[in-house]
Design a protein around this ligand. Structure first.
Ligand SMILES: C[S@@+](CC[C@H](N)C(=O)[O-])C[C@H]1O[C@@H](n2cnc3c(N)ncnc32)[C@H](O)[C@@H]1O
Length: 290
């Protein structure tokens, strides 16, 4: 099932998000949402939020962090959840209505280029900014939404080696399938594009922010309620899913072998609660000096 993009865009990454990743993310929401939540749950209590603040949630996806932000700023504050995929925003609107929130709206936009008023106290993003086609331009545009003295917090994945939940299965599949071609369609620079604090600090400086700080967040995340589900998840999502998808017919022909190899590799992570694997992110904070 394909979901056509509603916003006018020539951005191939946004088209890819809508056409390819929305159906996959929606199918795997019951796994993804819980794991991503663990990373924001560790930082939410310390976010610099006040009653009445105006806040943006950049690349908000299904909007669960936008809902938490809306509760934190209270009825006199306001939150706008922004994403380039209307199907995610529809889910956010439904959940916000069910939660009875009147201070939260959702807007479909390419956050790299859309126009902002410089009136917001705080920008938040959980795993959204890593997909900016041009990180400096995207981060600069995000800063244009902040008032002088406003701040931002983004959560981004740390190094591949610290995120076996996203990388181990890729190594397994590469024993059987070719690497993804350079010209394959993708969702942008990808989940590991902001792993290096030095490079990200430089990007933030060029984008006009000051006082960039990094704090490590580690968490074991559920990748499947049992081994079968964990293997299906790995074949659908992330770097392994990309290899599987791009290999097309070859992957289908070797499906049985791939499943057996993945089960062998993932079985050591089976716990009573399901298949649990390590994940690690950075909470990055920076200020808009104005
Ligand atoms: C990994 S998901 C994270 C979603 C959500 N923040 C969460 O943590 O559950 C990345 C999100 O960024 C959005 N995104 C990617 N590029 C974008 C862009 N240029 N403008 C707006 N949203 C974008 C995607 O549609 C997707 O919802």
């Amino acid at each position: 099932m394909k979901t056509a993009p509603v916003i006018e865009t020539s951005n191939q990454y946004i088209e890819f998000w809508n056409a390819v990743l929305v159906p996959k993310f929606n199918s795997w929401r019951h796994i993804l949402a819980g794991g991503l939540h663990l990373h924001s749950a560790k930082v939410f209590p310390a976010l610099p939020l006040h009653s009445g603040d105006r806040v943006l949630d950049i690349g908000c996806g299904w909007g669960d962090t936008a809902i938490e932000l809306a509760r934190r700023v209270g009825p006199v504050g306001s939150v706008v959840g922004l994403d380039c995929c209307s199907a995610f925003l529809e889910a956010g609107r439904a959940d916000a209505a069910q939660a009875g929130l009147t201070n939260l709206t959702f807007r479909e936009a390419d956050v790299q280029t859309c126009k902002f008023e410089p009136v917001h106290d705080f920008c938040f993003s959980r795993f959204g900014t890593q997909f900016f086609e041009n990180p400096v331009a995207g981060l600069r545009n995000m800063r244009s939404a902040l008032r002088p003295g406003g701040s931002m917090t983004m959560i981004v994945w740390r190094a591949r080696a610290d995120n076996p939940w996203l990388t181990l299965s890729k190594e397994v599949l590469l024993r059987y399938l070719p690497a993804v071609k350079e010209d394959a369609a993708t969702c942008g620079p990808g989940p590991f594009s902001m792993t290096e604090p030095e490079a990200v600090t430089r990007q933030l400086q060029i984008a006009g922010y000051t006082d960039a700080r990094f704090e490590r967040i580690d968490s074991e995340v559920l990748v499947g309620r049992d081994l079968d589900e964990a293997v299906a998840f790995q074949l659908a999502i992330g770097p392994a899913g990309e290899i599987y998808r791009e290999a097309g017919r070859l992957a289908e022909c070797r499906h049985g072998e791939l499943v057996a190899a993945l089960k062998e590799e993932l079985k050591e992570f089976v716990r009573p609660e399901g298949v649990m694997m390590k994940s690690s992110s950075w909470m990055v904070t920076a200020q808009n000096p104005g």
